[in-house]
Design a protein around this ligand. Structure first.
Ligand SMILES: O=C(O)CCC(=O)C(=O)O
Ligand SMILES: [Fe+2]
Length: 287
């Protein structure tokens, strides 16, 4: 049974939200994984930050490159500066087997199908409302451990978090947007993949757009593959244009926990506000 509902706040009022109760949903590919069958017993484990990441010297290294706006890549993280500043933490959790149990809990969630011409994917309620133990642990971990580190590394005051679980099945996508809304300061995406190496040809990349002279999204400059245990972080800005490429794989869905660290909004130093175009986009002939 799918129930249409329009009663959630944070989303575009035109969004068609179709509620898919856990009992009736079929997560593509998810149910095919031996570790994710309903009878698989979920363990309860607390996530811990990847050991090597918390070394002071590594964090200092990160900070120097981040502040300097210089790109950097090693086995632990990558700082990308083009088309805009974003970082990829290659392994967030010391023990990535926890993510298998988190994925198993995805099976028990009631999903909302978000559907509009700009997007088509499945999303849970905010993590703070979910009663599943491993998802709760990840939520606490992002809120209590990760937010503090990100705040220090990026030199931004962060006050609270909002996050949801998402999955993109075959033909799902999210078209280009900048994430700017109210007090969102840093966007994060933690990927949970069934398989270690997500294949590029399956789509589902996080694609970063550069801008034209009017600060409108122009072309894809960089694509990031949704690898298991990888965390992507970027400051939300007027040019942080990105999209989720359409998934084109039947047997595997793209899973993630994503959201924002919120804070006090300071005027962005990244770009001026959008410039109006000189010419009309549509040529309207006067009669
Ligand atoms: O899943 C991703 O890679 C990005 C998702 C996203 O951009 C969003 O939900 O706003
Ligand atoms: Fe986004």
């Amino acid at each position: 049974m799918e129930v249409e509902s329009e009663d959630e706040e944070d989303w575009d009022s035109n969004t068609k939200i179709v509620q898919v109760p856990a009992k009736t949903q079929k997560i593509t590919g998810f149910h095919l994984m031996p570790t994710c069958l309903p009878e698989h017993k979920v363990k309860e484990e607390k996530p811990v930050l990847f050991n090597k990441l918390v070394k002071e010297s590594l964090l200092e290294y990160f900070k120097v490159h981040w502040d300097d706006n210089s790109s950097f890549d090693n086995e632990y993280f990558e700082i990308i500066t083009n088309p805009w500043k974003i970082c990829v933490i290659k392994n967030l959790l010391e023990d990535d087997s926890i993510l298998k149990d988190v994925r198993q809990e995805f099976y028990e969630l009631d999903w909302n199908r978000r559907k509009l011409d700009l997007y088509n994917f499945h999303q849970s309620l905010d993590l703070k409302y979910l009663q599943l133990k491993n998802i709760n642990h990840i939520y606490e971990f992002l809120k209590n451990d990760v937010m503090g580190v990100v705040s220090k590394l990026m030199n931004l005051e962060l006050t609270h978090i909002s996050a949801t679980c998402s999955y993109y099945a075959d033909t799902d996508y999210l078209l280009v947007h900048d994430d700017q809304q109210e007090d969102r300061v840093v966007a994060f995406v933690l990927y949970l993949s069934d398989i270690q190496d997500w294949c590029e040809s399956w789509g589902g990349a996080l694609q970063l757009f550069n801008c034209d002279n009017n600060y409108q999204p122009n072309t894809v400059e960089r694509s990031i593959s949704p690898k298991n245990n990888q965390l992507v972080l970027f400051p939300v800005s007027p040019i942080s244009y990105h999209q989720v490429e359409e998934v084109t794989k039947k047997n595997f869905s793209r899973y993630s926990i994503n959201g924002w660290f919120h804070g006090k909004i300071v005027p962005s130093s990244v770009t001026p506000t959008h410039k109006p175009r000189n010419e009309s986009v549509i040529n309207i002939k006067k009669t």
